[in-house]
Design a protein around this ligand. Structure first.
Ligand code: SF4
Length: 495
């Protein structure tokens, strides 16, 4: 029944789970952190339980954010939203899921980069206004959020959170009287930075990707509907068929009648985050035509070509170092072994703020198979080195287990610069590659040798996808945290 038929304005409710709040959590490893994952479903069969499909989609995107989870669904144009702090499986009990009905829904998992880690900043954000309701799930970071926020506040629009994503929902709501399509284009033209959006309205699911396509977003098909997801692995998880990636600068509107696509920006220049392939994405995903697993294998092969070490064994730091170690082993002719085991039951966060305790806790997460490494010259492959804490500890426990030599090879170039597009980066002074030469770094980690893949090598590992024929692959990826050259101008070094 429509708003007109009921004579009532549409409503939305947004219940939060205060009792689910967790203590402040600290990183157990020293990787860069991905920010968010989004997932949306639109089904033509009104009996479909879209929230349950979104629940499974979010479980598959859990690696993209572990601090909060939320789902919003629409029924009879009324949007209901439930969200809470914690993992998807912790937040959504069967009872809670049963409270959000409807054949269309969007969901979000979050790791905070902009705004604090609190329930107010959990997504999706829902806005209720005279003409309807919308729910927005956003992955990325707006570089002009402060300016837009101030303009909206001056216009009398209130905010309930410190998240930049609420700026998007309020802008769409403000422009909604112009119609959905115009409201979206006006909003999107106004905001700057990185965004992959899944937006739910009373009768449509909308996806949008920023003009550089920095964060991934793809389209999938169900028997009686459509999916939008941050990664293709989430489409697989609900039995959907991957159709294609949303293009940089593209908006896609899915409703009962059609799937409408249009480009909102004439100036698009693809610059997908290279770190998605190195570490953030799951290896069973394909992003912009590049198979993540294959890219990691190739990175290992290129590392072997660029800087092979004489060794008896190559091992990878689980999980994302493993495919590269396989590739390295094949190319260098060095036997691949497991060597390091990662506990599946220790999360990515740790509740002690104490650095000394955190450093010790590395062996809680990773331990060595002594019989595999004893007496051997070992090549240790890692996806990246950020603070160096984990690498230092791994070298130490490998030596303690009897490794004769430890040679570190890294499948990303040194991380020297911050990210402004949705990835949590330590302060520049805490990036161990900033200000240290490779030799100094090697000595600091206690390794026998250390080498990083070159920027050209990384681009070569990705050169089978986003770079179309004749395109310069350097222009197809964001490499900002390696080179300091960003696809979008950033205002100084804010960190
Ligand atoms: S600076 Fe670019 S490559 Fe580095 S994490 Fe951010 S988006 Fe990814």
């Amino acid at each position: 029944m429509t708003e007109k038929e009921t004579g009532k304005p549409p409503q939305e409710t947004c219940r939060t789970l205060d009792d689910n709040l967790q203590p402040a959590a600290y990183s157990l490893n020293d990787k860069l952190h991905e920010e968010c994952g989004v997932f949306g479903v639109f089904c033509t069969n009104p009996e479909t339980d879209a929230a349950s499909l979104v629940y499974y989609g979010l479980l598959s995107l859990q690696h993209r954010g572990q601090e909060s989870a939320g789902i919003a669904a629409v029924q009879s144009r009324i949007i209901e939203c439930r969200k809470g702090m914690g993992l998807v499986g912790e937040v959504f009990t069967p009872e809670l899921l049963s409270q959000i009905r409807g054949a269309a829904a969007v969901g979000h998992v979050r790791y905070s980069t902009f705004g604090t880690s609190s329930i107010e900043n959990a997504q999706p954000f829902v806005s209720r206004f005279k003409l309807g309701s919308i729910a927005v799930a956003h992955n990325g970071t707006l570089t002009n959020a402060d300016v837009v926020r101030e303009l909206l506040e001056d216009a009398g629009i209130g905010f309930t959170s410190s998240s930049d994503s609420e700026v998007i929902v309020n802008l769409i709501a403000k422009n909604y009287k112009k119609g959905l399509e115009k409201a979206l284009t006006d909003t999107i033209k106004f905001i700057k930075g990185s965004y992959a959006l899944a937006v739910l309205t009373g009768d449509a699911l909308v996806g949008a990707r920023d003009p550089n396509g920095i964060r991934p977003l793809c389209l999938g098909k169900l028997e009686n509907g459509w999916i939008l997801a941050s990664e293709s692995c989430a489409i697989d998880s609900v039995g959907g068929e991957f159709i294609r990636d949303i293009e940089p600068g593209e908006v896609i509107i899915i409703n009962k009648e059609q799937v409408l696509s249009f480009t909102f920006s004439e100036k698009t220049r693809r610059a997908v985050c290279a770190f998605e392939y190195v570490y953030f994405a799951r290896p069973d995903s394909v992003i912009d035509g590049v198979d993540v697993y294959e890219a990691r294998i190739r990175a290992g092969e290129i590392l072997a070509r660029e800087s092979a070490a004489a060794a008896d064994l190559v091992i990878g730091v689980p999980d994302s170092g493993i495919p590269a170690a396989i590739g390295y082993g094949r190319a260098a002719g060095t036997p691949f072994g497991l060597g390091i085991v990662k506990s599946k039951y220790v999360g990515r966060t740790f509740i002690s703020p104490n650095q000394a305790v955190r450093e010790k806790a590395v062996s809680v997460k990773h331990n060595v198979i002594h019989s595999e490494v004893r007496g051997k010259r070992v090549v240790l492959i890692d996806d990246s080195i950020v603070r160096g804490t984990t690498s230092r500890r791994l070298v130490s426990i490998l030596r303690k287990a009897g490794a004769k030599e430890v040679h570190i090879r890294v499948c990303s170039p040194p991380v020297r610069f911050p990210c402004y597009f949705g990835i949590d980066t330590p302060h520049r002074k805490d990036l161990i590659s900033n200000g240290n030469s490779v030799d100094e770094l090697c000595a600091s980690l206690g390794a026998d040798s250390l080498a990083f893949i070159s920027v050209e090598g990384l681009l070569e590992s990705l050169s089978f996808g986003a770079a179309g024929e004749g395109e310069n692959p350097r222009g197809c990826y964001c490499l900002g945290c390696f080179t300091g050259e960003y696809p979008i101008p950033v205002a100084g070094e804010a960190r």
